[in-house]
Each structure stands twice: as structure tokens, then as C-alpha cells.
Design a protein around this ligand. Structure first.
Ligand code: ATP
Length: 249
């Protein structure tokens, strides 16, 4: 049963030719939970996000979100239902300001209300303001994305994903490429999202200390399969994880 779960991934398989990037994977996320997903390069983490967010279709199995089977929904439909997502790449609109980036994401990420003669509407403006406030980007509202330092670029990507007011946020390596100080600043933002906004978050991350500190539960993938699933606190004691993953890092 899916009671008490906002997301259920059920027997999910994604094949590329003969190779299964994700293999018969089952897990669930409760509202308000932060789930961290780790695993070596090529473990299938990004493929998993792609199949949940509608970037690609599962080969088998299904994804149930907020009571809807979204396995064959398009990416925009899934976004409109309430899943926000970031990508590993620095995907922002370079020539737009921070505010314009966020208003675009708010406008197109939310189900419409089409008012063609308005560039953006009042609701999109409010949602953009909210996203700037949560991520601390207010002072950079009129700065072009191409001029942002890496930390603020990363935060803008998260801000874009929350600008559509999602019920579930998928973050793909939100602190990848940042130094220790920058990671601390990001951790504060994500903690605020979790604690004050009650945001449900699934995050992929290679930085274990960051992931363990932020997550309630951890899922470690290896060759597209589950290597570990359980509380963040138990991770370091799991022999298999230490040997296959942590030991190799
Ligand atoms: P990383 O930590 O490097 O981002 P990952 O855990 O996100 O790795 P995926 O990017 O999901 O791993 O890749 C899983 C496997 O699927 C890899 O072997 C990859 O080469 C393969 N793969 C991913 N996308 C495609 C595709 N479009 N076509 C063919 N193979 C793919």
C-alpha cells in the first residue's frame, strides 16, 4: 500500500541495450523525509532520477507519486504534479538574471492559467521571490546568471527547482564541485528547506559527510541495485558498504 508515502518506486528497471542501469529497484519516500542516494560512478543514480522525473521511461516497473502512476507521464506533466528536479550540469539560463531565471521556472513549472500577453504573472513573481528568499539569493536578483560564482550558481539551480513549489525535490549532486565552506553554506539552506518548509527531498551526493548529516535515510546503489537501505546513522557500520563504496573512496 502507498499510504504514508509520497513516492513509491516499484520494481523499477531501466535498460540501455543489454545493460541494466537500474535493476528491479524498490523503495519509498515518506512526506517530510530526506533520502540520500549514494553509490559509485555509473551506479545508476542519475538514471533513476531521469526515470522518476520523466526524462526517460522505465523499461519495467512503476513510479507512483502522490497517488498518481507517473511511469508514462511526460517531464512537464510530472513537474506540474509537483516534482522539482536539478541536474548535475550547470543548467541555468545564462543571459537571464537570477530573477528572470526563477520567474521562468515558476511560470512554466506550474500548471496554467495561460495569459499570453503577460510575460510573467503575479503568482510566478511571488514564487520567484520565495525561492530567492529560501536560497538567500535576494541581493543577486538582478545579476545575470553568467556572472554568478559557483556557489550562487548551484543555489540558483536549487532555487529554480523549488520555484514551482514542488512537493518533492530531487537534487542531483547539489554540492558537487564546492569547497568545504561553500558546502556548509548549502547545508544551511537545505536544512532550512527541510526543517522550516517541511520539504521532502531525495538527493544524490558523493560527499558522504554532507549526505549523512542531512538525510534521514540512505540508499546506496551499486550496478543499479540496492547495496544499502536504512537510517543514515547505520551506514558507516555496514560492512558491505564500507568495502564496496566507502573503502574505495
Ligand atoms: P555518476 O555518479 O557518474 O553520475 P550515476 O550513478 O549517476 O553515475 P548513471 O549516469 O545513471 O550513473 O549511469 C548508469 C549506467 O548507465 C552507466 O553505465 C552509464 O554509462 C549508463 N547510461 C546512462 N545513460 C545512458 C544512455 N542514455 N545510454 C546508454 N547508457 C547510458
Amino acid at each position: 500500500s502507498n499510504v504514508g508515502r509520497i513516492l513509491s518506486v516499484e520494481g523499477l528497471t531501466k535498460r540501455y541495450g543489454a545493460m541494466a542501469a537500474v535493476s528491479d529497484l524498490t523503495f519509498a519516500v515518506r512526506p517530510g523525509e530526506v533520502l540520500g542516494i549514494g553509490g559509485p560512478n555509473g551506479a545508476g543514480k542519475t538514471t533513476l532520477f531521469d526515470t522518476i522525473s520523466g526524462v526517460s521511461r522505465p523499461t519495467a516497473g512503476r513510479v507512483v507519486f502522490d497517488g498518481h502512476d507517473i511511469s508514462s507521464h511526460s517531464a512537464p506533466q510530472i513537474c506540474h504534479l509537483g516534482i522539482g528536479r536539478t541536474f548535475q550540469l550547470n543548467a541555468v539560463f545564462e543571459t537571464m538574471t537570477v530573477r528572470e531565471n526563477l520567474q521562468s521556472c515558476a511560470y512554466f513549472g506550474t500548471r496554467k492559467r495561460i495569459i499570453p500577453w503577460l510575460r510573467f504573472d503575479r503568482q510566478a513573481e511571488e514564487q520567484a521571490d520565495e525561492a530567492m528568499e529560501v536560497t538567500g539569493l535576494q541581493d543577486l536578483a538582478e545579476t545575470r546568471a553568467s556572472k554568478l560564482p559557483i556557489l550562487q550558481r548551484k543555489l540558483l539551480m536549487t532555487a529554480c527547482a523549488i520555484a514551482s513549489r514542488p512537493k518533492l525535490l530531487l537534487l542531483d549532486e547539489p554540492v558537487g564541485g564546492l569547497n568545504a565552506n561553500e558546502i556548509d553554506l548549502c547545508a544551511k539552506v537545505f536544512r532550512r528547506l527541510r526543517d522550516f518548509h517541511g520539504m521532502t527531498i531525495v538527493l544524490i551526493e558523493h560527499i558522504m559527510s554532507f549526505m549523512v548529516a542531512l538525510s534521514d535515510n540512505i540508499l546506496i546503489l551499486h550496478h543499479g541495485r540496492k547495496l544499502y537501505e536504512g537510517p543514515a546513522t547505520g551506514l558507516a557500520e555496514d560492512r558491505e558498504v564500507v568495502e564496496v563504496y566507502l573503502g574505495a573512496a
